[in-house]
Design a protein around this ligand. Structure first.
Ligand code: FPP
Length: 254
């Protein structure tokens, strides 16, 4: 089976891949290196996060030409609360500003935005903006942008299991019906295909609790570029690399 056909099967789509033959339909990105980028310029870490936010726009805009239908970005993890109060507050303020500022542009570009993660610990002003952005863009059918905010893969599986267990307790789900098809229906990502390609910037080769269930068969790219330096050209290069990967999903070639 060709790479594009496999991607299309995984995504349940047509396999159309724009200007990159056999490119990934779903790209997920761990946007790392903002802090080091700022420190290298003698500036506070938040300066790097603001520069990183500007990169998000460029990458979202590049997706249609690259045939990337789904883009999922890791903005804040369940572990990021361990940072200083100044950095956490600055990031929350940046997310609020980003949503307010980008709302109209995202809607006009036919981008559909979703958030994944646990909203319970986020402040009411931010969650109201998140709801508003999701509602404003819910009729769009261009790029599906998913922003992981207060997201952790283990936390997501734990929350999913809690809801699943409740359904078993309520008698709406039988234990013997719980399988690989059932569990993902309870995940935050239940409407999304699994990522074809996961990219991590900044030279770190780890997945840091990102999309643990969903990335079982994803291809990975760990690149040295710090997130604020990441460009559309680099994304295009990684999409082309993906087209050369031999994805077998545990099977052998016949
Ligand atoms: C990791 O870099 C980055 C984050 C924890 C925040 C990611 C946030 C953005 C890119 C900003 C905006 C996003 C949206 C959706 C508006 P790091 O701080 O861990 O960098 P370091 O490893 O160099 O310290």
């Amino acid at each position: 089976m060709s790479n594009s056909a496999e991607s299309a099967t995984a995504a349940g789509g047509s396999g159309e891949t724009g200007t990159v033959p056999c490119g990934p339909r779903h790209v997920a990105i761990i946007m790392d290196g903002n802090g080091r980028w700022a420190q290298a310029r003698g500036r506070p870490r938040l300066f790097g996060h603001h520069a990183g936010a500007r990169r998000v726009r460029e990458v979202v805009e590049a997706c249609p030409d690259l045939g990337v239908k789904y883009l999922t970005i890791f903005a804040f993890s369940t572990e990021n609360w361990k940072r200083t109060q100044v950095e956490v507050a600055g990031l929350m303020s940046l997310f609020r500003r980003y949503i307010s500022k980008e709302m109209q542009a995202l809607a006009a570009r036919n981008v559909r935005v979703r958030f994944i993660g646990d909203r319970d610990r986020l402040d009411a002003k931010l969650t109201a903006l998140m709801d508003q952005l999701e509602q404003t863009t819910q009729g769009n059918d261009g790029t599906h942008l998913t922003i992981a905010l207060n997201y952790g893969g283990r936390d997501e599986v734990a929350r999913a299991t809690r809801r699943l267990a409740q359904d078993v307790a309520d008698g709406t789900l039988k234990p013997e019906d719980v399988d690989e098809e059932t569990l993902p229906k309870y995940l935050d990502t239940h409407v999304l295909p699994d990522p074809d390609l996961v990219i991590r910037t900044s030279g770190e080769a780890r997945i840091s609790n990102f999309l643990l269930w969903q990335s079982a068969y994803s291809e990975y790219e760990f690149i040295d570029t710090l997130w604020p330096d990441f460009t559309e050209d680099e994304l295009a290069r990684l999409c082309r690399n993906f087209g050369r990967r031999d994805r077998r999903f545990g099977a052998v070639k016949t």
